[in-house]
Design a protein around this ligand. Sequence first.
Ligand code: PLP
Length: 370
Amino acid sequence: MGLSFDKIDGAAWLTFDVLPVATPVSESERATRLANPGFGRVFSEHMALVRYNEEKGWHGARVESRANFPLDPATAVLHYAQEIFEGLKAYRRDDGGVNLFRPDANARRFRNSADRMAMAPLPEPVFIEAVEQLVKIDRDWIPGGEGSLYLRPFMIASEIFLGVKPSAEYIFAVIASPVGSYFKGGPAPVSIWVSENYTRAAVGGTGAVKCGGNYAASLRAQAEAIDHGCDQVVFLDALERRYIEELGGMNVFFVFDDGSLLTPPLGTILPGITRDSIIALARDSGAEVREELYSLDQWRADAASGKLKEAFACGTAAVISPIGTVRSVSGDFVINGGAAGPVAMGLRKQLVDIQYGRAPDPHNWIRKVI
Ligand SMILES: Cc1ncc(COP(=O)(O)O)c(C=O)c1O
């Protein structure tokens, strides 16, 4: 079965060959695996694959049974970490159909990531087609209720060569993992540790793109957060070590007593799609949203004076997590009495209702796959 689609970037054409798994998982076994999937440990049955080399460009697009990648020990990605990825979700609507949320934005960010990492740019329609094909064939793996199918597109440098240079070959793949509701019984406020020993990104570095190396470099700081009894780490800017940047895997917002919101400006942080969506929704409701530097000292002072009403983190996985407690070597402070606030909760509901197709979609963010 082949599915062709329109011209890509005015040059290439791609057809995905769809090769369904020979022996599908039984319905009862699937139900068992979907009952309590947690995050990132249960996988659907297929994957999408597209290969790149300099001679053929992007080619060999297919959807097939999920399987190991045989990798020569000298494969470039294993040595110099030329790797990028994305994260987005497919949501089951009440009418049985399936929504993707802003896959075009993930495709664009993926291309930007490829550009920064000197990797072959994947045409955005190929990214979207790969994701859609996988969602269609693995639709039965989308949990109901507040669960979703987490999609993980990624690209690795697959040339077998030990020289330090951009790879001449790449593998793009998409895998899918059914996930439960991130927080059972509603989002619990998180505690965060301010990392003053480690930074995440410097001007001119790779902080604004989604490469695996960023996450490897954040793990020590995240471990330090856990050691201090916190859920997550928040990073400061690398230059002055004063300004709040973002969490290990989420952007951050602050809500003030005049109803305005502030979020750190783009530059060294990841341009989150949830961040962008929250800015739009907050502005739709008439709130002022500033993209400005905000220092740890100011944060502490505003929490103490009552000027700061709420703080929350946001990203695809958890949508919005209220921040209840902030810990650092220079002392701890609590926000909104450690409880979830109405602005965070209201924005969260608005966003989730759009994602699941329960509310109108004024910005055309939803792409109905089924
Ligand atoms: C470092 C970092 N910041 C922010 C985000 C949030 O981005 P998004 O809203 O696109 O999921 C993520 C998650 O992908 C991330 O890894």
